[in-house]
Design a protein around this ligand. Sequence first.
Ligand SMILES: [Fe+2]
Ligand SMILES: [Fe+2]
Ligand SMILES: [Fe+2]
Length: 423
Amino acid sequence: MQPDPKPAPVSLRDAAGLVHCRRTAAVARLIAHHLFLQPEEKDLLDAACFLHHGSIGVGAPKRLERLLADIFPKDEPALLARAPISVGARGVLNAYAVPGTGTALELRLAGILRLADAFDQNMEAQPIDGEEVGEILERLRGGVEAGLWPEEAIDALVQSTLPPPIVGQPGSWRVPVFPEAALRTLHLMRDPRAGIADVVKAASLDPALAGLVMRLANSALFGRRAAVSTLSKAIGRLGFATSQKVITSAALRAVFDPPKLRKVWRHSLEVADLSEQLAGRAGAVDPAEAYLVGLLHDVGQIALLSMALYDSARIEGLVRAGCNPVYAESLLLRTDHAAFGARIAAAWRLPESMVAAIRQHHRPEKEGSTLACLLYLAEQLSGSEEDLPSIVRLDVSLKGAGLAWEDVANCTISALGSWLAAA
Ligand SMILES: [Fe+2]
Ligand SMILES: [Fe+2]
Ligand SMILES: [Fe+2]
């Protein structure tokens, strides 16, 4: 028996296209749901969305299936089963390619597909155009007159994504007070006269902090030396900068205490570690400040916890469907956790440089914040997929931080960073 021919390699272009197709399908589904389309009509729309870039799917269903299997988790067989091109989906695709042709249903679905496609392309162009979601939607209204999509489709997209009012009101967020020990280290960081004795004072504010400092000083990371038994000796062994870092991270852990934020906290420790290293390489920002802002960059996630279950389920649904979290937040809330985080940081009276960095950590092109550029780079290095990948933002961030890609590419989590994440 002849062995199966080796499948053709998946090109980057195809993979990127499919991620776009997947998001297009998710946005189209929002519209379809609002318009009460029948389940089989939604399935047809789904299939057409996945296939609307002809080079990926049309005429090559086997290859398409393999591509889809790469993108979708194995536990979504129903989605895969729908993927091969059906006659119906082909009709929608024809109507999509040639506006004004096809049956009434094909025309309707093709209009929705065209709108969802245009919306996603505009979101991809955001780093260059700088448009907010509301502005994009307003501009897409022009497509009705141009005959690209029906008014019902743009109305449905606008209506189904009107943000719930409660989310934007800080009064509804359960924001903890800024921990005293972290406040102290923030002052110490900005005080050139500060010394080890001040760090000892900050660490003794909380037994949990002191405990962590002792554990680290006696850990294998600091060699097989005689165990230290007092806080001041432990801090002496760790040194000023490391002690400050440990105290700050231990103090801020409480802010991310809700179970839903545990993953955010581990991610924040990684981003803090990478931001600090990048700041050391760039030289324009105090590494300790970069570390602190790294720990807090996603603090706006606290605000998302105040959302009604229905609203958070809608965001999670979009994320599961392939839209990155910032994309889903921007579409359904018309803002994102970075903007919420900046409001929390401002309420805590953190320095304006930190507030701006938190606000712009997913849009480093918006303000001239070097800290935001470092955060963006650290975020990418950490492997986080919070936002759409953007070569434009990567470039802006490198320039803003005064770094070259070679300075950044080999930056990995330090041994101390891993220790703290596991502690
Ligand atoms: Fe497209
Ligand atoms: Fe992040
Ligand atoms: Fe973020």
